[in-house]
Design a protein around this ligand. Sequence first.
Ligand SMILES: Nc1nc2c(c(=O)[nH]1)N[C@H]1C(S)=C(S)[C@@H](COP(=O)(O)OP(=O)(O)OC[C@H]3O[C@@H](n4cnc5c(N)ncnc54)[C@H](O)[C@@H]3O)O[C@H]1N2
Ligand code: MOO
Length: 405
Amino acid sequence: MKTVEQHIADILSVVQPVYPIELDLLRAYGGVLAEPITADVALPPFDNSAMDGYAVRMADVAAAGPGSPVKLPVVADIGAGDGGVYAIRDGMAARIMTGAPLPAGAEAVVPVEWTDGGIAEVLIRRAPRPGNAVRRAGDDVRPGTVVLRRGTRVGSAELGLLASVGRKAVKVHPRPRVVVLSTGTELVEPGRPIGPGQIWESNSFALTAAAMEAGCAGSRHGFISDDPGGVLGTIEDLLAHADVLITTGGVSMGAHDVVKDVLSRLGTVSFERVAMQPGMPQGWGTVGEAGTPIFTLPGNPVSAYVSFQLFVRPALARLQGLAPEPLPSVRARLTAPVSSPEGRRSYLRSILEYGPDGYVVAPVTRQGSHQFSALAETNALIVVPEPATSIGADQTVEVMKLPNR
Ligand SMILES: Nc1nc2c(c(=O)[nH]1)N[C@H]1C(S)=C(S)[C@@H](COP(=O)(O)OP(=O)(O)OC[C@H]3O[C@@H](n4cnc5c(N)ncnc54)[C@H](O)[C@@H]3O)O[C@H]1N2
Ligand code: MOO
């Protein structure tokens, strides 16, 4: 059997980033920058007021106090967006609004609350410190600064920053379109009644959401029954809409393991056994003219989910131009003994907590590949190395943190 590392390495040796494209800002949301972003101008571009008030010179207002107000003539009224050229000299004040350019000669802004709010003249009742309520040009960003690095995901803050440095569009690796298709004659759409031998389809929901959690545009195709013609035709149709295809089910030793049969005939997908539990039967390869990566994950719901996190997630990172990092892991103290089949690496569903003595991890009791309720209770996977068949309580183990949990 193949090791987990070998399987990841094989996948990553083929998967390439989605070709970067230039997208208008809101369309770029969720993509990953394929270029560094440099500010051409300073931010703010000019000295300006942080408050509504009066631009003043320090010598005039230093002595202002509640009992000794200072009266100054108001020589200008400067609003945000005012492109005029203004200056004040000793003995003058200018009325100024938040964001308005500071007049030449001004040394501070007195907030309107410290004054009588006068239009022609103003009475100032409190002395500002030098530079009060003044925002200097370039105090946010200096011209020539790289404000966003290549490989940054474009989220809400990044979009705001891109707009504020004047960008209309950016080059990004767009969110890969991940289409999830389940197979199985026993499957029924949730909401519909189930008959004997049937179950509600769940893998495609979990994996579509997991793809979204990994930064992709996930879409659920749903499920089809184990009919070779249908599976082949559906996969071919989906290729037009997918950067990555994920199927679940039909890859082990069963008489109706249709995904395996159909894709083996295409010859680009290999089906292997990886020395792990859950998730031993794995298939992956490329299909169609564009060489679209396809992952054929095992049908057992926990196996499909764990396989996604171990194998598909790093590939999706690579597709987005990101480092194909494994899930983050920590060392934690086990609260209860665990067991594992010899020669296979187990990923045991568990609850990881950080307490006064560091990380502690509690395995859940239901570790079956079909026991999705146990998975939903947990936030981590205990990694039991291949040679180990058991690990005692209080031992320290490696624990992978599951995303978004
Ligand atoms: N003789 C052997 N039998 C099995 C082996 C083996 O090595 N020898 N491997 C077992 C392991 S491990 C796994 S994992 C499964 C993988 O089987 P398949 O990928 O072929 O999946 P199916 O047989 O189609 O389904 C397995 C299981 O999961 C349920 N399922 C499938 N799809 C869904 C779905 N979309 N939503 C909810 N549940 C789903 C399905 O009903 C089965 O119970 O094979 C073992 N067998
Ligand atoms: O290896 Mo299977 O993936 O246990 O359930």
